[in-house]
Structure formats: C-alpha cells, structure tokens
Design a protein around this ligand. Structure first.
Ligand SMILES: Cc1cc2nc3c(=O)[nH]c(=O)nc-3n(C[C@H](O)[C@H](O)[C@H](O)COP(=O)(O)OP(=O)(O)OC[C@H]3O[C@@H](n4cnc5c(N)ncnc54)[C@H](O)[C@@H]3O)c2cc1C
Length: 498
C-alpha cells in the first residue's frame, strides 16, 4: 500500500507495480499531485505549488523513471528558466551555456570563480545521482554500493561535502552583497535554506537546474502525477481517490492494517507513506516508534508557503519569460513576501486558462507558526495578514509584470491552512527539510520494518526531481526487502515440508 498520490508516492508505486508488486495508492484528494498538483478554478488550471520541473535530462530522475515506465512526459524546455529581479539589477538564468556565461559575467562578476567549481561539482553529482540513490546509507550494504560507484571526479570536491555554501563563498572572497543575495535566493527555492546553512555540495547541484534543463509541463505540472497514475494502472496497480488513511496498525506478525475515513480496511505486507514524519507519527499513534516520536517532537517546523493564484489577460503579460524570481530588499531576510516566485502558464497552452488569458502562480516562503496562532486567536487579524501578504506578493510581481494588480481578473490566496487542507501536510509544512548537512540527511526509514517514507521529507528532498530520486531508492529497498522475505518464507516452507 502507498499512502498519498504525490509525485514521490506515485513514482515508487508505479515502479513497484511494474516489478510485479500488487500496489494500491490511497489518495485523500480527488486528483493526484499534492504540492505538484494542478487544480481547476473558474476556467483556470492553476499549479498549486510547483511550477517548474527539472530532472528530465538524460540520466536525470524523471528521465530514468520515464524510460522504465514507458512515459512520454508532456514537457517543453523553458529557456530562460527564470529571470531574477534583484533590487539593483536583473539576471536572466539562461539554460543555453554560452548565454548564461555571458549573463553571469556581466551581472555577477564577483562569482566568476564560484561558477567554475559549481559546474564541475554539479556535473560529477549528476553523473552518479541516478545510479547512487542510497544516500544517506542506512546499512553497510548501502555504503558499499555508494562507495563502489563514486566518480573519481568527485574526490577533489569532497571538501564541499563538509562545508556550507556561505563558507565556500567566504573562502573565494565573495563579499559583494548582490552576488550573495542572488545565491541566497537561488538556494532558498532549491535547498530550502540560504547560503549560510546550505550544504555546499548539495547547493552546487541545487542551483544548477537552469543549466541541466528547466521544463514546463503541458496542461500544468499536475500532468506529471497524472502520467504516473496512468502508468501505475497500466502496470496493474490502482489509485483510490477520496480515501484518507486515518490509522496504521502494526500487526503482531509485522504486517499492517490501514483504515481510511470511508471505513475501508486494507491489509498490507509493506507500506510506503508519501507523508511527512509528523503525518506518519499521527497515523501510527501508539504504534509510533520512540525515535519517530522524538524526531517529530524535536525537529523545528519546516517552511510553509503563501501563494496567490492570479488570472490575467495574456495581453497584459510580458513576453520575455514565464518565470520570475523577485527579491524586493537585499537588506532583509528572504521569504515572507520579500522574495516571490512568479510563474505564468504557457502562452500556447489553451488547457490552462480561458481564451486570451493565462494562469499565474505566485509564492513565497513563510513561517507557519504565526499563521496558525492568528487563525485560532484573532480571525480579523488573520484576514488582515492574508491581505498584507497578498499585497507584498503583488508588489513583488509588479517588478516583473507591471500593472498586474490592475489587469488581474481573479486573485485567490493560498495560506498554510489551505496547504494543510489540500495536501494533508500537518501545519501546511511544505518543501521538506533544509539541506544543511549531508551527514544529517533524513533517509526513508521509519524505525518499523517494511514501512518507509517517500517524498520530500526524504533525501534529496524537495522538487519533483528530488522526490523522484528518493522514490527510486525506496523502490529498490522494497525490492530487496521482498527478496529477503521470500527467502525466509521459502525457508519456513521447506523446513515445514522437511
Ligand atoms: C509553493 C511551492 C512551490 C514549489 N515549487 C516547485 C517547483 O517549481 N519545482 C519543483 O520541482 N518543486 C517545487 N516545489 C516542491 C514540490 O512541489 C514538492 O517537493 C513535491 O511535489 C512533493 O512531493 P511528495 O511526493 O512529497 O508529495 P506531496 O506533494 O506532499 O503529496 C502527498 C500526497 O499525499 C496525499 N496524502 C497525504 N496524507 C494522506 C492520507 N493520510 N491519506 C491519503 N492521502 C494522503 C496528499 O493529498 C497528497 O496528494 C514547490 C512546493 C511548493 C509548496
């Protein structure tokens, strides 16, 4: 059984169905995709969270999965990937190598030495990423597999594995504030933290997406999950929508009994939770192992998101790009409306908006605590906060799309409470854990045999590509666990027969 039809859950489910496992996915919502879903509202198809996808380059996670499952992804390359508006300059993140070199040398000369190492590090990691999904290693077997495949080009990069991007920039003498704000903004959307905390090797890869290829998905990003759900069914599996798993009981023989809000009961040998650790802990209740209870009590909450879904006439939108990242002030922390990511649906994708219009998703990172505190204690102040964040996001978006406020025909806000409701992620915590240390990365293990986490709480974390890489690892673990189980059961049978 798989709980959750996010990209991570569906990828693992479809891979296992292809291998002959009997797989059923329980999904609370009426369509798949979770944070990478696309919802319908007043003629628009809005991307709920994720808008730009990577990992389709040869050997990238979506490419590997697409080939294994026979999926022809409905994608088209976005170049430029996005345009970054900083307070004093604009930087276009071209995918084309020559244009990007010219652009970064023009706009960010202080980072020249940084890019050389960043690209070498990213190339080396991309080369092994698809083949070495066993990070963090959970057993001597995992470690052996990782070491056996390490690329010689990675050895000189080893120091990056143990430091932060911030210290790396310090060592290169990069003090230019704009350059550092640029790197912080790139890392916040790809590593869930800024340079001071982001692991340097992870960061080198995380900010590489435009170079290896950023893509739009025709029909909206939710079409990735739909393609995966179709592949799952084609390989003999099933997705049951409107089924919220409400409880997982671990049976005395180590198997599982799952209950849903519709009163359904499912027995399973193995369970994958496309869930955060907090959600899994809640479903297990008394069955939660001590270390999962400790983890969920001790870990700080991850980021939430505040979003705006905006419909606007195509004639009012810029022609120079579809994705924009805006930082309004470089002397204030990012997130909370000071950094905004804006994505406009493809001009030639009629499925996304009424004729002559386009669907726009705006998002910013936000701390979830204040939202929930106000929602419960002071509803008028909560509404005022929504209005304030709406204005902050529109102010930011106006840098890239002048006149957006006036031209918008529809503006719909999304709070952490909305994310909790529509993705069932406790508190509306999204994006997984900040990737601060490779040695402290969270793997898929739960402390209960044959029960794994999959999704962006698991290394390598957030993004459709990240959760796909994690799902490849989890599917491999399930296969190995099933093989061991078969040997044990066959052993019992033959000893009973004997
Ligand atoms: C605002 C925002 C912008 C983002 N931008 C990008 C981007 O541009 N590019 C990118 O690649 N990534 C982006 N991301 C990150 C990306 O969307 C996520 O990392 C990824 O989609 C998470 O996938 P997941 O497999 O963890 O599943 P989730 O998306 O968390 O989905 C889990 C699914 O499980 C279901 N579920 C949960 N609990 C239960 C239950 N008890 N019973 C049944 N079903 C349940 C939910 O309904 C949901 O469908 C963004 C995220 C956000 C929030």
């Amino acid at each position: 059984m798989v709980i959750g039809a996010g990209v991570g859950g569906l990828t693992a489910a479809a891979l296992l169905a292809r291998d002959g496992f009997q797989v059923t996915v329980l999904e609370a919502h009426v369509y798949p995709g979770g944070c990478a879903g696309t919802f319908y509202h007043k003629g628009y198809r809005f991307d709920a969270g994720a808008t730009v996808a990577g990992g389709f380059q040869p050997g990238g996670p979506h490419d590997i999965v697409g080939r294994l499952l026979g999926i022809d992804w409905p994608i088209q390359r976005a170049d430029p990937a996005w345009i970054v508006h900083l307070p004093d300059r604009t930087i276009t993140r071209w995918g084309d190598a020559a244009r990007w070199r010219d652009e970064r040398d023009r706009a960010l000369p202080a980072l020249r030495r940084f890019w050389d190492v960043q690209e070498r590090a990213a190339d080396a990691v991309w080369d092994v990423a698809g083949r070495v999904p066993e990070w963090p290693p959970a057993s001597p077997g995992d470690l052996f597999r990782v070491l056996g495949k390490v690329h010689p080009a990675m050895i000189p990069l080893a120091p990056l594995a143990l430091t932060s991007v911030g210290r790396w920039l310090d060592a290169l003498g990069v003090r230019d504030r704009t350059a550092r704000t640029f790197i912080d903004a790139q890392l916040l959307i790809s590593a869930q933290t800024t340079a001071a905390h982001a692991n340097a090797l992870y960061g080198a890869v995380a900010i590489d997406l435009p170079r290896v290829g950023a893509y739009h998905v025709r029909g909206g990003i939710g079409m990735l999950a739909r393609a995966l759900a179709d592949a799952l069914v084609a390989h003999g599996g099933a997705v049951q929508y409107r089924q919220t798993a409400t409880r997982i009981d671990v049976q005395p023989d180590g198997t599982f009994r799952l209950r849903t809000d519709k009163g359904a009961v499912h027995d399973a040998d193995m369970v994958l939770g496309n869930l955060t650790p907090w959600a899994l802990n809640g479903l297990l209740g008394d069955h939660a192992p001590a270390h999962l209870r400790r983890e969920t009590a001790q870990r700080a909450a991850t980021w939430g998101a505040f979003t705006l879904y905006v419909g606007a006439p195509a004639s009012a939108l810029p022609a120079d790009g579809d994705h924009f990242q805006i930082v309004q002030h470089d002397d204030r922390p990012l997130g909370e409306g000071n950094s905004v990511f804006v994505s406009v649906s493809d001009a030639d994708d009629p499925a996304r908006a009424p004729h002559g219009h386009r669907a726009i998703t705006l998002s910013t990172h936000t701390r979830i605590g204040p939202w929930w505190a106000l929602r419960e204690s002071d509803p008028p102040a909560y509404q005022a906060r929504i209005a304030e964040y709406r204005d902050r996001l529109l102010d930011g978006a106006e840098r890239a799309i002048p006149g957006l406020r006036q031209s918008a025909t529809l503006i719909l806000p999304g709070t952490p409470a909305a994310f909790q409701r529509f993705t069932r992620r406790p508190g509306g915590m999204v994006g997984g854990f900040a990737q601060t240390s490779l040695l402290a990365a969270r793997g898929p293990h739960t402390g209960i045999p044959n029960l794994w986490l999959v999704g962006d709480s698991v290394f390598p974390g957030q993004s459709t590509a990240g959760v796909t890489a994690g799902a490849l690892r989890v599917a491999a673990e399930v296969r190995r666990a099933a093989a061991v189980r078969r040997v044990v059961i066959n052993g019992w049978r033959s000893s009973e027969a004997g």
